[in-house]
Design a binder for this molecule. Structure first.
Ligand SMILES: [Zn+2]
Length: 481
């Protein structure tokens, strides 16, 4: 676009007196001629944490973005010498870094936040969550709940999420409008759910959903979300993988989450979960496996070989007492691992800063070794490593020329950032959601100076409050019966 625009300017203004400008002038040439390329956006920061392979950190840096893509990264002096921008986000007291990747969520469950707490997974699911969902969840619930979640995630610096919930078309419409990037699963579960009667019905509807959304919006990847091997049988899991292979899409699923699942899998299939999935050919296509708390020693190499992306959800695993995932051991073995919040009903927020902190602390106390899972490793799990785990490592997760422009600005002037000796340490062990000031996805500014630009937050707040009042009174009525 830039070259074409330049060509037209030259052609019309100089009427052929000068040849069309070559497309790729080097930074030196720019500096020599004083000519600057116009780009859409420049984002500056006292520190730019790129999370590239060399873990490059640039002091007084800036990132130039055009047409949704990162076109240059360097010191602010070099970037501003070579580029002029339609919009600039100033960098004083700010850190620029890749947007956070939430590898596992059930976004609309923000509306069930706090409905039932302090229960074991199967009690929580079977006696509270599944019945509440059948009773209350419809497309309108999903729209409001997902908008609430996107608001919370944008506010906290999350730019990409992998969702699994009902009415996936509605989720996709919300993501389309609010500007985030997402992999959206059509949930497959073998019981009556809010949007399907059974697993075959859900699979059929999921295939239709993927047909409607594949290739429609580059920010949205429709995928399948078979729930787990205790809510689907082997044939249903196989059929879902077959459909995913035929449609060329990944799968997101809960794997090896709880001791219950371990026992169920052993009793039903004669094998622990990961071995069972391997046996039925479930890993024949890209898989995003949420939790993986209880892999056996024999199962970890399967995850490596089959390039399964594991999503660690430390808060949910602690709250439901599912266990402590052997994250450090899996990373040592070469498993790709990202971080997730899980749904707001088992967390109870969508704060990836907290997940980073807890992921680090949980491994350290589990191994009684403070050197395990250092800050930079955890930061990678929330950015570049997370992007790889969900299959988007080539296009997002780090700040590199050619990657899509998904990045955030974090303010470092709050008291808890004074003084700062090590930016990476602060990002993992100190930074809160409230420190995030700007969020950019695909080159579009979704939040500027803490103002959300793509969601009518007043409307969503009042709709969520009204819907919660209906849920509250229905629950009160039911509890009286
Ligand atoms: Zn989950």
């Amino acid at each position: 676009m830039k070259t074409i625009k330049h060509c037209f300017i030259w052609i019309f203004l100089l009427i052929g007196l000068q040849a069309c400008e070559p497309p790729a002038a080097t930074d030196d040439e720019h500096a020599a001629t004083g000519q600057r390329d116009q780009v859409d956006l420049i984002i500056a920061g006292d520190t730019v944490v790129t999370m590239d392979a060399a873990r490059t950190i640039i002091d007084n840096g800036a990132v130039a973005v055009d047409d949704g893509v990162i076109v240059a990264i360097g010191t602010a002096a070099i970037i501003t010498a070579n580029y002029s921008a339609k919009q600039t986000l100033a960098g004083e007291n700010r850190v620029v870094m890749p947007g956070l990747v939430n590898g596992h969520s059930h976004a609309a469950m923000t509306l069930l936040r706090g409905v039932a707490d302090d229960l074991a997974l199967m009690d929580w699911l079977n006696n509270y969550i599944f019945p509440a969902e059948v009773e209350f969840v419809d497309a309108e619930f999903v729209r409001i709940g997902t908008e609430l979640a996107c608001w919370e995630m944008i506010r906290g610096g999350t730019t990409t999420f992998v969702d699994m919930y009902y009415f996936p078309d509605t989720i996709a419409e919300v993501v389309d409008r609010c500007g985030m990037r997402a992999l959206i699963s059509a949930t497959i579960i073998d019981q009556r759910s809010p949007d399907a009667e059974s697993a075959p019905d859900a699979l059929r509807k999921g295939i239709e959903f993927i047909g409607r959304w594949k290739g429609r919006n580059s920010r949205i990847t429709p995928i399948f979300g078979p729930h787990a091997n205790y809510t689907l049988n082997a044939n249903q899991l196989r059929a879902t993988r077959q459909a995913a292979i035929e449609l060329g899409v990944p799968i997101s699923i809960h794997i090896s989450e709880s001791p219950f699942e371990l026992q169920y899998s052993q009793d039903t299939f004669g094998k622990t979960s990961i071995e069972m999935y391997e046996e039925i050919g479930f890993f024949d296509g890209p898989t995003i496996a949420a939790h993986v708390v209880w892999p056996t020693e024999a199962e970890i190499p399967i995850l490596v070989e089959r390039k399964v992306g594991v999503i660690h959800n430390p808060t949910s695993n602690m709250k439901i007492a599912s266990g402590i995932s052997p994250v450090a051991a899996m990373l040592d073995a070469g498993v790709r691992i990202g971080l997730g919040t899980d749904g707001a009903a088992s967390n109870n927020d969508l704060d990836l800063w907290e997940e980073m902190r807890l992921a680090a602390f949980l491994q350290k106390v589990d191994r009684m070794d403070p050197e395990v899972l250092p800050a930079i490793t955890v930061l990678s799990m929330a950015t570049s490593g997370g992007a790889e785990a969900i299959g988007l490592g080539d296009i997002i997760g780090s700040l590199e020329v050619g990657k899509r422009a998904d990045l955030i600005q974090v303010a470092f002037d709050d008291v808890h950032h004074i003084p700062t000796f090590d930016v990476v340490s602060h990002l993992v062990y100190v930074t809160d959601e409230q420190d995030v000031v700007s969020v950019i996805v695909d080159g579009n500014v979704l939040m500027r100076e803490r103002e959300i630009l793509t969601i009518d937050t007043d409307r969503v707040a009042s709709e969520a409050t009204a819907l919660a009042a209906r849920i509250r009174s229905a629950l009160a009525m039911r509890n009286r019966d």
